[in-house]
Design a protein around this ligand. Structure first.
Ligand code: ADP
Length: 480
């Protein structure tokens, strides 16, 4: 394994935290200490914001073509380093290295896509009220962006924010998750190699509260882009009101996965397997409630169980389907949800316990789990589990399943399988979600607007819509 750099990156330089403090990082697969990373704090965050602010005038004025070339270089470098980046990710996050490489390459695609979109940030000419007048609308970068990212997708959540921000002409400061700083550091190494001017992107690892506070209170930060828990997202939104900062939030989800009686059951079972066990169920868009029509429940459950039996769990450095959970807290939540459901009458069809023997002893491993007879009084029906548990709930009518599916404050992703066109259109209209997979259980496409409604967030990432969040309109009333 090549050496991992582990410092802050501020104004084009690698540096220690002002406090000189560092904190230890552990491998969730083995419990082993990997390395230490700087514990940056408020002053480091301030220095990073200053650097981004100083770099903004020049970067925002570069020709779009020039920014495009830079972004394209970053894409090429990520692709060239994909194997190394994937190993780093597996080491700190736990997902299987093949899956990690998939994430790295998908993350790189945001740089490819936005390297093109940088050239298409068009304005408007609006018909004026006089012949000696022109009404023009320009789109300008909002300014310094503070990006805060989670540990479940340590690389692509960064690229999904930074690629459109840079394409728009913004400069940025990133605070990655404390669990996965090395993937961020490795990306910043690439940004440096790609020749981004000093200060355009800055990285501060460390104390979330302090760094977050600086982002919120520093008037030079004009935009906060956050992916993480609903609780922290609400706090950032509330605090951002003081300076009317622009905020984008990608928060929690509680995705329904509906299998209608006319569905292709094999495709639905395959789709659910991928969706539920990708990243060990630690994704905000993974199925949290599987609604299966009573008439196909037995057949579908049998098909799904057959597939779950084949899922292998272990250290992601090996050839396995599923790695460990990120930490003990995550594991405890999964275990509590399962225990609560079982106590209230759910049946365990697969798994239902922590894996403890042999190589599992030191890590946070949980057996792929399927529960049936899940009901609305169970915690798992109401809360995001963020783990490898598929809770099955039977339904009889379309109205009933729509009511249950929408019965949550979240509105991120939903899925349904049917071969009937009328069902497809009706159910798409009625589901209160920002993204809907129909006979499809993957939603992360770089060209599509990823994001939720209700308490799942605001703003969109990806595609043409993703760049909008980093731009403001400026209307010029020109008279001559
Ligand atoms: P999780 O519980 O899944 O780790 P969080 O919302 O706590 O989700 O974390 C997502 C990101 O938000 C991480 O980078 C974390 O360090 C950061 N974070 C947590 N609390 C704050 C805060 N008060 N201010 C700014 N960032 C925060």
């Amino acid at each position: 394994m090549t050496e991992i750099r582990n410092q802050l990156f501020i104004n084009g330089h690698w540096t220690e935290a002002r406090s000189s403090l560092r904190s230890a990082l552990f491998n969730p697969a083995t419990g082993e200490r990997i390395t230490t990373v700087p514990s940056g704090g408020r002053e480091d965050a301030r220095a990073a914001v200053e650097a981004a602010y100083a770099a903004f005038p020049a970067w925002s004025q570069t020709a779009a073509e020039e920014r495009s070339v830079c972004l394209r270089r970053i894409y090429d470098l990520i692709v060239a380093n994909a194997d190394r980046l994937a190993e780093i990710m597996t080491l700190e996050q736990g997902k299987p290295v093949k899956e990690a490489k998939g994430e790295v390459l998908w993350g790189a695609d945001f740089f490819l896509w936005y390297s093109e979109e940088a050239k298409r940030i068009y304005g408007e000419v609006i018909p004026s009220s006089r012949t000696t007048q022109r009404i023009l609308v320009q789109r300008q970068p909002i300014g310094v962006v503070a990006a805060i990212t989670p540990w479940n997708f340590p690389s692509s959540m960064i690229t999904r924010k930074l690629a459109p921000a840079l394409a728009a002409g913004c400069t940025a400061v990133l605070k990655p998750a404390p669990e996965t700083p090395l993937s961020a550091i490795a990306l910043f190494d690439i940004f440096q190699q790609a020749g981004l001017p000093a200060g355009v992107v800055n990285l501060v690892t460390g104390n979330a509260l302090e760094i977050g506070q600086e982002f919120l209170e520093n008037e030079k930060v004009r935009k906060i882009s956050f992916t993480g828990s609903t609780a922290v997202g609400k706090y950032l939104l509330e605090q951002s009101a003081k300076q009317v900062k622009k905020v984008s939030l990608e928060l929690g989800g509680h995705a329904p996965f509906i299998v209608f009686p006319d569905a292709d059951l094999d495709a639905a079972a395959e789709g659910l397997l991928y969706n539920k066990f990708q990243n060990n169920g630690q994704t905000c868009i993974c199925a949290n409630r599987v609604f299966v029509h009573a008439s196909v429940q037995e057949t579908f459950t049998a098909k799904f169980l057959e597939k779950v039996k084949q899922v292998t769990v272990g250290n992601g450095m090996n050839d396995v389907n599923v790695g460990p959970l990120i930490h003990e807290r995550a594991l405890a939540k999964v275990d509590n949800h399962v225990k609560d459901a079982v106590a209230k009458g759910a049946k365990v069809m697969a798994g239902g316990f922590r894996l403890m023997d042999g190589e599992y002893a030191q890590g946070c491993y949980y057996a792929p789990t399927v529960l049936t007879d899940v009901t609305a009084d169970m915690d798992i029906f109401r809360e995001e589990t963020f783990g490898p548990v598929a809770p099955f709930i039977p339904f009889r009518t379309e109205d009933e399943v729509i009511r249950m599916a929408n019965d949550t404050p979240y509105g991120l992703a939903a899925y349904f399988y049917t071969t009937d066109l009328a069902t497809t259109m009706r159910v798409s209209d009625r589901l209160e979600y920002g993204m809907i997979g129909i006979n499809e259980s993957a939603l992360g496409y770089v060209q599509a607007p990823f994001g939720g409604i209700k308490q799942s967030g605001m703003g969109r990432e990806g595609g043409r819509h993703g760049v909008d969040d980093f731009l403001e309109y400026k209307y010029l009333n020109v008279n001559f």
